[in-house]
Design a protein around this ligand. Sequence first.
Ligand SMILES: [Zn+2]
Length: 335
Amino acid sequence: MKTHTILMPLDMHLHLRDGVMLENVAPLTAFTYSGAIVMPNLVPPVDTLDAVKAYKERIMAAVPNDFFEPYMTLFYKNYDKEFLEHVADEITAVKLYPAGITTNSEGGVESFNIEEMRPTLQAMSDLGIPLCVHGETDGFVMDREAEFMSIYELLAKNFPDLKIIMEHITTKAAVDMLDKYPNLYATITVHHLLLTLDDVVGGMMMPHLFCKPIAKRPEDLDALLGLALEAHPKVMFGSDSAPHPQHKKESCGCAAGVFTAPISLQLLTEIFEQFGKLDNLQAFVSDNAQNIYGICPEFKEVTLEKRPFLVPENYAGVVPMYAGEVIGWAIESVD
Ligand SMILES: [Zn+2]
């Protein structure tokens, strides 16, 4: 039986939610991942030191038996330097949402006025706090990410020492942007390495594959695969696994988000094996992130086995990607 081992897998973009949902989904990630960047788009958003600490405690309480580090983030607003200095030890990054662009982002940035944002971003740059960005405009849905490229350029040029992470990139435009500025980095999800818009709405509409940013064209998929499979040193895996209760997905007004936490490592292994690039998976799913963020995760050794795995229909009321379908790799052991 063919196996493959990954050391200290990291998910650099994860939604754990709160309350019962947190309790249900956090153990699924903590089982196989050493750590994850936890996004702050709760209601209300995580934007104070107390909120960061309390949320981290709730996450740790939800995963009592696992070595798992939640790398906490702060919801971007204009903060003063004193506050950022105060909170720096408790957070790994600040996450910026354009207002109203995705789940619980209403309190995000309304307009990208660099001068209004300068004190905050310069302080983050000075303190070495990376900026994670949900890079979409409010334009036509297929063009939102490409339109945002000019804002990435503005940020990268104005704050050359600020690490800027283009989160969950989905387009060739973003792939082409990555090497234009030394301070730009990117995360890629597993579903955007598998799907185009055709898979979401080309036949029957598939609510469990609907997410923001929406999956794009075949040429975009190819560009993302190229970047991920070579494990470009500025690119990291970030699942953007985003659980919603089944009734919020299978309804009129389907919430955006694909739930991949329990199967992301298996799917990544399948993709990298298919393309003969298994040797690069370690860098994509851990080493690059350690270098970019300067983090040393808890030791974890995950061995996967090449055998059919039937994806469960749901995990505590949340339907995963590929529910009820068979994928090619399964988790064999976690040490
Ligand atoms: Zn996200």
